[in-house]
Write a protein of this length. Structure first.
Length: 271
C-alpha cells in the first residue's frame, strides 16, 4: 500500500493548542504552548525527535509567531530552517549571541508592557510570540565550547524560561537525560510541561517528570523499548498521561516545511 497522503493543514495560530497525539483511551491530546515551557527527554530512539517535529511544525505553520531553532546536530530541525527567523547549528558562540538578542528583546517587551499597563502578551497585543526550540540542549550546556561559554548558554536559557512567558517567549527543549550535570536543577525545574519517553531507570524518569512520580506508578521505564513514540506527558491537569505521539515521516516533514515556508513568505514573515 502507498503512503497515506498528508492532509494539508488550514491556517494555524500559535495561540491554538498543538496536537501531540492520542492517549490510552484514544482521545486526542492537545496542549497550549503560550502558558508553559516544554521539556522533552528520554533515551535515544524513544521518540523525542518525532515529538519535537510536531511542535515545530505547528509553530512553523503559525504565521503569527516568530520561530528560532537551535540544533546541535543540525539534522533534527534542519528541515525547518527555511521557516525559521534564525537557525543555529553546532555553534555555541552564535547560540549565545542569539540568546543575548532574545534577552534584550524580552527586556524591551517588558518595558513596553509596563508603559501600556499590561502584564503579559496576549492575542490582541499585536506582538508576535517567539518560539525558541532547542535540540539537543546538552550539546551546548555540557559538550561543546569552554566552561564560560557553556555557563553563558545555560544562564541565557534559564532567563528565557524563567521570564519569557509573559513576554511571549516560548521555550521548547529536548535532550536525552536532563540530569544536573547536563542541565542544572534550577533550570530544569522551571519547565512547566514535561514529556518523558522511554527511560532506563525510575530515577531518570523522575528527572524528566519530577521527583516522586515513579513511586506513584508514573514511570517511563515501563515503556517497551520497541514502542517508539510512547511517553508520559505531564501538562494540563497536573497528572502524567500515557500517550502515543503522532508521527510525521521525513517526507511529510519536508512537505509541511515547504508549505510553512511558502505561507511565511506570503505573510511577509509574520502575519
Amino acid at each position: 500500500m502507498g503512503q497515506r497522503r498528508l492532509a494539508v493543514p488550514g491556517r494555524l495560530s500559535i495561540w491554538q493548542p498543538v496536537h501531540l497525539g492520542k492517549d490510552e483511551s484514544g482521545r486526542p491530546v492537545r496542549v497550549g504552548l503560550t502558558e508553559r515551557m516544554v521539556l522533552i527527554a528520554g533515551e535515544p530512539g524513544g521518540g523525542k525527535s518525532g515529538a519535537i517535529n510536531l511542535i515545530v511544525g505547528h509553530a512553523a505553520l503559525s504565521t503569527d509567531c516568530r520561530l528560532i531553532l537551535v540544533d546541535g546536530k543540525q539534522v533534527e530541525l534542519g528541515a525547518w530552517r527555511g521557516c525559521a527567523d534564525q537557525f543555529v547549528g553546532p555553534d555555541i558562540e552564535l547560540a549565545n549571541k542569539v540568546l543575548a538578542g532574545l534577552r534584550q528583546e524580552m527586556d524591551e517587551r517588558y518595558d513596553a508592557l509596563l508603559d501600556a499597563g499590561r502584564r503579559k502578551i496576549s492575542p490582541d497585543s499585536e506582538v508576535p510570540p517567539i518560539v525558541v526550540v532547542f535540540d539537543e540542549l546538552a550539546y551546548f550546556s555540557a559538550t561543546v565550547g569552554d566552561r564560560k561559554q557553556q555557563n553563558e548558554f545555560t544562564t541565557g536559557v534559564r532567563d528565557l524560561v524563567a521570564r519569557g512567558r509573559a513576554a511571549g517567549v516560548i521555550v521548547v527543549a529536548a535532550t536525552q537525560r536532563p540530569s544536573a550535570d547536563i542541565i542544572p536543577t534550577s533550570l530544569r525545574d522551571l519547565f512547566g510541561y514535561r514529556w518523558a519517553f522511554r527511560c532506563t531507570t525510575d530515577a531518570s524518569s523522575d528527572i524528566v517528570l519530577g521527583h516522586g512520580w515513579a513511586a506513584r506508578g508514573y514511570t517511563a521505564t515501563d515503556i517497551d523499548p520497541a514502542a517508539r513514540g510512547i511517553g508520559w506527558l505531564l501538562a494540563e491537569g497536573g497528572i502524567p498521561r500515557r500517550m502515543r505521539a503522532a508521527y510525521l515521516t521525513d517526507a511529510q516533514v519536508r512537505e509541511l516545511a515547504a508549505l510553512a515556508a511558502e505561507r511565511r513568505l506570503s505573510a511577509g514573515g509574520i502575519a
